[in-house]
Design a protein around this ligand. Structure first.
Ligand code: SF4
Length: 380
């Protein structure tokens, strides 16, 4: 684990270029009286060469470099902590402003490297099994704070866009509900997809939602990315207990939104995430309910996730035999079902757990945790 001293934030009066997608950057350069192609040159420096110092952007004239230095900066989040696990998983705690931090996690596999990115500081949706949800909501991240997580990880990993990619996939699956921070998340995902940004194909950028139904339709209009849905239960009663958002957007509405998504993007599928919690949602009748749910979305798949316990939770991970039996029941019914390996167990891998250690020092967080624990005890 490395402790890194945070760098001071750049002057508030300057504009952070990480807040702009390509279109926004061209407009900003036009306001500076510069040609649009200059914006594209700077984009390449920022996202391909991971350069944040205008002085090193050698194909820009000296006068332009000085002008940029006066007007703007490339403001990435500060690395407060980085932790490497024995299995190669890497987690960064990134400081966004005084007292606030989010987590970004890199998961290397033989054929790909996935970066899990946060969209909010905390989360308001209060899913009962989630370490982030237990901390409550603080604020949305800006576009710069979202794409800045990719930038920091890319720099650390020596990622070379279009050549030697260490980050092949990005999932908006970290802290927060990305569709509740729609505009900033979409702008950041545009930068992930843009050839002058990180240049990732649509199937390699995934947004995961707890089921914010109206924004699922809006997302399919706004950008071409992949969709994952946190399901965790396929009956309304249990899902509402585990995920209060289900009361607002119950399974019938969620199913219809997913069917519309698939109809609009016929070559894509949706991944449904299902975290297995001992004695809560891992029994044969739960698998049957999930099979019935998936029959309405026949091109989609299920990702089973063994629950990752965190301090204070009332839930436990299902045992290995139960997980295998649950998966077999789904596979026998013809449902494409994957089982996610747990990674980074030695670095507080449950989402929000590391940031939680920062937030737990606040009274508000302690109160929320107490209330959630009381509710969970009631629910189970
Ligand atoms: S699971 Fe996702 S949506 Fe639910 S509380 Fe946690 S971060 Fe928020």
């Amino acid at each position: 684990m490395t402790e890194v001293v945070a760098t001071p934030p750049a002057a508030a009066s300057k504009v952070n270029l990480l807040d702009f997608d390509r279109e926004g950057l061209r407009e900003f350069f036009a306001q500076l009286g510069e040609k649009p192609y200059r914006a594209e040159q700077v984009m390449k420096w920022i996202y391909h060469n991971l350069e944040d110092d205008f002085g090193n952007m050698t194909d820009l004239g000296k006068a332009l470099r000085a002008k940029l230095g006066e007007a703007c900066y490339v403001g990435r989040p500060n690395t407060l902590v980085d932790k490497a696990a024995a299995d190669g998983t890497h987690k960064w705690l990134l400081g966004m402003d005084t007292g606030n931090a989010v987590e970004t996690v890199y998961i290397p596999e033989p054929t790909r490297g996935t970066l899990c990115v946060s969209s909010q500081i905390g989360c308001a949706l209060n899913c009962q099994f989630c370490s982030t949800g237990a901390q409550g909501f603080n604020r949305n991240l800006s576009t710069a704070e979202i794409i800045g997580q990719v930038w920091v990880a890319a720099k650390y990993l020596g990622n070379v866009t279009h050549q030697n990619r260490r980050i092949t996939n990005v999932v908006m699956m970290g802290m927060g509900e990305p569709l509740a921070n729609f505009d900033n998340v979409v702008a950041a995902m545009k930068l992930m997809r843009d050839d002058l940004g990180f240049g990732l194909a649509s199937k390699r950028v995934t947004l995961s939602t707890a089921g914010m139904v109206p924004w699922i339709d809006k997302l399919s209009d706004a950008i071409d990315v992949s969709l994952a849905v946190s399901l965790h239960a396929a009956n309304d009663e249990l899902r509402t207990e585990l995920m209060p958002i289900n009361k607002r957007y119950p399974l019938a509405e969620l199913t219809a939104a997913c069917q519309r998504w698939v109809a609009r993007k016929p070559r894509t599928s949706i991944t449904f995430e299902y975290t297995l919690m001992k004695g809560v949602n891992d029994q044969p009748e739960h698998a049957k309910q999930l099979i019935r749910f998936m029959r309405r979305l026949p091109t989609c798949k299920v990702n089973l996730i063994p629950f990752n316990p965190f301090p204070g939770t009332q839930f436990e991970r299902s045992d290995a035999d139960t997980i295998r039996a649950f998966q077999t029941q789904l596979l026998n019914a013809g449902i494409l079902t994957m089982l996610r390996r747990t990674r980074g167990d030695d670095i507080d891998a449950a989402c929000g757990q590391l940031a939680g250690q920062v937030h737990d020092r606040t009274r508000r967080s302690a109160e929320i945790r107490k209330r959630v624990n009381a509710e969970v005890t009631h629910a189970v």
